[in-house]
Design a protein around this ligand. Structure first.
Ligand code: GTP
Ligand code: MG
Ligand code: MG
Length: 333
């Protein structure tokens, strides 16, 4: 018998107790923003800098989370609903800009660790800053800004839902399912898509067409969205968490359906041609694409955010979800 919702909710609240005494205001990362702007400007003064990822999605900055930045040209911003180029040429140009940027960052902040990552789907530089704030910088790609703004628009419909998302993210990192941990397979972004899809299926949120999100209307530094403690001593939060696990364990049909925010209702693998046959053929950067646990990216064409979930990892996911019911997302042990 899983513990009662009230017990689960209280346990999760306790795990996030430290946030009550922390300054969660997004102004805490404005300093990092200024530093990166300075470096970007030194490479190209016409580029604009946008912050996305969890700071934008939640409207708060949790200590320990990295900050995601993207440098955009004026045209990128003006054409704020445009598709990102995915060609090798575009990738090459992005890598070139990031190479210059990496040099500037190293010059200005010689004690920081700056790593150029070229082998990923999207070229990125990873900076481990001295002040405890780590950040990723990409260039000329609007999709991160758009997908973060989309997730935020959903959480703004019901701000307490951020607790479910934060609880799931914390758990995914601790049990090793999160791609930021060695052996993990789904990014925090992927888990957020799962959380919002579940809430949509339950009718707890109203569908937002991804095409409605326009970078030209998004603030470069995300506005602060205060995080109130869960209501009712966490009872509703506990219910939500148990119901989320119930949904993915027993209701979501992983063999036939796709977790998707691209359209309301159900999306099937068949519809996207994410079939066994496609799985046998598909490769990305030489790596196999799995269609075992399908999460459709709302902006990237034909991209499964769950592509690294192998049959074995899908079994892990199920086992950990099953355990999470007893352990209140690993907060009670
Ligand atoms: P933490 O950094 O773990 O606190 O969470 P986060 O909300 O910042 O998420 P994450 O760092 O995973 O993702 C930040 C951004 O990177 C997202 O908004 C996406 O644009 C991009 N991203 C991360 N993972 C993926 C992925 O698997 N596929 C795609 N297309 N984009 C991703
Ligand atoms: Mg991040
Ligand atoms: Mg990141």
């Amino acid at each position: 018998m899983p513990p009662a919702a009230a017990v689960v909710g209280r346990s999760i609240m306790k795990a996030f107790q430290h946030l009550a005494t922390q300054d969660l205001h997004t102004r805490r990362v404005e300093e990092a923003y200024r530093v990166v702007v300075e470096c970007v400007t030194a490479v190209d003064p016409a580029m604009r800098l946008y912050m996305f990822g969890s700071t934008a999605v939640y409207g708060v900055h949790e200590k320990g989370s990295d900050v995601d930045f993207v440098a955009l040209s004026e045209t990128d911003v003006e054409d704020g609903k445009g598709e990102d180029a995915a060609t090798q040429v575009a990738k090459g140009l992005q890598a070139e800009f990031l190479g210059k940027l990496a040099r500037v960052v190293r010059q200005k902040h010689f004690s920081w660790n700056v790593e150029e990552v070229r082998r990923t789907r999207v070229p990125v530089i990873r900076v481990k800053g001295g002040s405890g704030v780590d950040f990723d910088i990409t260039v000329n790609r609007r999709n991160g800004v758009r997908n973060s703004a989309l997730l935020r628009a959903y959480f703004e419909q019901d701000p307490p839902c951020r607790w479910l998302s934060m609880g799931v993210k914390r758990w995914s990192k601790r049990v090793g399912l999160n791609a930021s941990v060695v052996g993990g397979s789904i990014t925090s972004y992927g888990f957020n898509l799962m959380v919002v899809y579940y809430l949509l299926q339950r009718g707890a949120l109203q569908f937002i067409p991804p095409t409605a999100i326009d970078v030209a209307k998004v603030a470069p530094v995300p506005p602060y969205l205060p995080l109130e403690p869960p209501q009712n001593d966490g009872v509703e939060l506990g219910e939500r968490v148990l119901d989320f696990l119930q949904f993915y364990m027993n209701e979501f049909d992983a063999a036939r359906h796709v977790i998707s925010l691209s359209r309301p209702g159900i999306t099937t693998k068949e519809q996207l041609n994410w079939t066994k046959d496609a799985e046998d053929r598909a490769r990305m950067n030489g790596e196999k694409i799995n269609y075992q646990w399908c999460i459709e990216d709302p902006y990237e064409l034909n991209l499964n955010v769950g592509r690294n979930v192998t049959p074995l990892k899908r079994d892990f996911l199920r086992k950990h979800m099953d355990k999470a019911r007893e352990t209140a997302l690993l907060t009670s042990t």
